[in-house]
Design a protein around this ligand. Structure first.
Ligand SMILES: [Ca+2]
Length: 585
């Protein structure tokens, strides 16, 4: 690993010798570094941030400064549970994320998400990538998919996972090997090495391909790995089936879940087994007096769509709420998986309450892409037609449309204690809703900030994400980076063989009310006004050519700046970069 440095700027309790003028100047010829460090060693001897160094240039310029909010309140550093659900859609919950309660909100049962939303802040316009590995790599690196180039889901480093499409091949240099340890710091590595956290991985990893270092979360900054490996789906959810391993105690590639052998043959559902192990890891961390970062990345609710038996009676043989429409069998199974996932969230909240640390535990709830609306769920969920599982959004996982990328996001304290010191440092307005437009790489700098780091910069990698603390605590200031910025999506792959529905190689841009999508196969643009047309039903590219041109230019420039790989023309074997609209030629 290369040298990692975090840049903190003094904000709280500076030594008397460091006046605000000193701090603002950026030059500290008499900065009491030794005094400061003696305090660090005395009070927080186990914190690895001590390794951070002061470098000088010409003996005058101090290029790294330490100390932050975290420094002043190290004993109050929050524990963080990042609860990431797999393939959970924006509507797969009883918590409304639209401007009204929808039929799907009435169908799904997620009482613990409801509690979290009441306690904290809900983001209605949060986005991830269209499929798993790109999102998970963005969380780890803070980079946009066009930059980190893990643009599709991974499994083996020498095998293509992209679906076939007649005219195009996938990009030549996308990282089929997935995320690997290297000079770029990962989120857990920063939390562990610079801020003193114990970093716990539980569930689905899906970063590095099989037989690469990155397939093991322990190489990517985690202290603990519970059941994470190269594959992005479970062979089976049931303990009786050994979670997809052919024999109890054995391991069956590629889909058998590793590391939960003690549950093989039992009636423990995978979601529950992961929760039990995560709870133990939390207890261990508390016993060792270490703040923890738990990345609770459930395999649920990814396919296979299998029953979570405890919750099946709520859906099996029932009708959709307020209708005479029978719930299809696979939708009953799916809803039981969602409720089982939600129960895990409740179990973790109860666990930190029982340990007396809930007021000091921050929960980030998110999904990694939109809901599955094909294959195992290729049905008509409410007699409203196929592929309507994301309604009012269009399509689902893998698609360029909103159903592919818009995801639920909630940030909340596990228990409200507004008067506590730690919650006063991050006063999240309860039962509140933010319409700030966020993208998954924003989580990287934001979580570091919430963990106590002030402003994060890396010397070894570019961070595309923007710290959205302002949006967490209220409305961002007019000049905020969060206002009016462009969100960029780059999925230059065919997802499975689906010929329509936006599952073709594409790039897209969201800015303000508008969204433009470019499809590489036919080199066509679409334009939607999302505020008035959340279902992307009316293509306005012909009606508003000027708007499209501006978005297209921004998108192309951002993709070039980030070194995006392009699809390849199948016959000519040439890259096919994004083409600007015809009106610009
Ligand atoms: Ca996923």
């Amino acid at each position: 690993m290369g040298t990692r440095r975090i840049w903190f700027f003094i904000q709280f309790e500076p030594h008397p010798a460091t006046s605000p003028a000193y701090v603002k100047s950026g030059f500290f010829p008499q900065f009491p570094y030794d005094y400061l460090m003696s305090l660090v060693k005395q009070k927080y001897d186990n914190l690895r941030c001590i390794r951070s160094r002061v470098l000088t240039a010409g003996g005058l310029i101090l290029s790294i400064f330490l100390v932050s909010e975290w420094f002043a309140h190290a004993s109050e550093r929050p524990n963080i549970i990042f609860f990431l659900v797999d393939d959970m859609g924006w509507q797969d919950t009883s918590v409304p994320f639209w401007n009204k309660t929808t039929p799907f909100n009435q169908h799904f049962r997620t009482p613990n998400m409801e509690r979290l939303a009441k306690q904290g802040r809900r983001f209605t316009q949060a986005y991830a990538c269209a499929v798993c590995s790109p999102t998970r790599t963005s969380i780890m690196t803070g980079q946009n998919a066009a930059r980190h180039r893990v643009t599709n889901w991974t499994l083996y480093e020498d095998r293509e996972t992209s679906g076939k499409t007649p005219r195009l091949l996938p990009p030549r240099n996308w990282r089929k090997q997935g995320l690997q340890p290297g000079k770029a710091p990962t989120l857990p590595a920063v939390l562990r090495d610079e801020l003193g956290y114990r970093t716990i991985h539980a569930g689905k990893a899906h970063w590095g391909a099989y037989d690469t270092q990155g397939s093991d979360p322990l190489t990517l900054g985690f202290d603990v790995n519970i059941a994470g490996h190269a594959a992005g789906g479970p062979g089976h959810y049931h303990g009786e089936k050994n979670y997809g391993n052919a024999e109890a105690g054995g391991r069956t590639r590629p889909w058998g879940i590793p590391g939960l052998e003690s549950y093989h043959g039992s009636d423990t559902h995978l979601t529950e087994a992961l929760t039990l192990e995560a709870k133990q890891a939390i207890s261990d961390s508390v016993a060792d007096n270490k703040p923890f970062y738990l990345y609770m990345a459930h395999y649920a609710v990814h396919a296979p769509i299998q029953p979570h038996e405890t919750y099946m009676p709520n859906y099996n043989g029932k009708k959709y709420s307020g209708t005479r429409i029978a719930i299809p069998d696979n939708e009953a199974r799916y809803a039981s998986m969602v409720e089982g996932m939600d129960a895990s969230l409740g179990d973790l909240i109860h666990h930190v309450e029982s340990l007396g640390i809930s007021e000091n535990t921050l929960i980030v709830f998110a999904s990694d892409n939109g809901t599955l609306s094909l294959h195992a769920r290729g049905n008509s969920p409410r007699d409203t037609g196929r592929d309507t599982h994301s309604w009012p959004l269009r399509e689902g996982k893998g698609s360029a449309y909103e159903g592919g990328t818009r995801v639920p996001l909630i940030v909340s304290w596990a228990t409200l204690a507004p008067g506590s010191e730690v919650q006063r440092s991050l006063p999240i307005p309860s039962n509140s809703i933010s319409q700030s437009q966020l993208i998954v790489e924003d989580l990287f700098p934001s979580i570091i900030r919430w963990a106590g780091g002030k402003s994060y910069r890396s010397e070894t990698s570019v961070i595309d994400g923007v710290d959205f603390t302002e949006a967490l605590l209220g409305e961002p200031e007019p000049h905020s980076l969060l206002n009016g910025r462009a969100l960029v999506f780059h999925y230059p792959h065919q997802w499975t063989g689906q010929p329509k529905g936006g599952y073709q190689p594409h790039s897209s841009i969201r800015q303000g009310d508008w969204k433009a999508i470019y499809f590489y196969k036919n080199q066509v643009w679409e334009l939607y006004h999302l505020t008035q047309d959340i279902g992307e039903s009316l293509d306005l590219s012909q009606a508003y050519p000027g708007k499209l041109e501006r978005l297209a230019m921004t998108l192309k420039q951002k993709l070039i700046d980030r070194g995006a790989d392009w699809p390849v023309h199948r016959k000519l074997k040439k890259d096919l970069p994004l083409m600007l609209p015809d009106t610009m030629n």
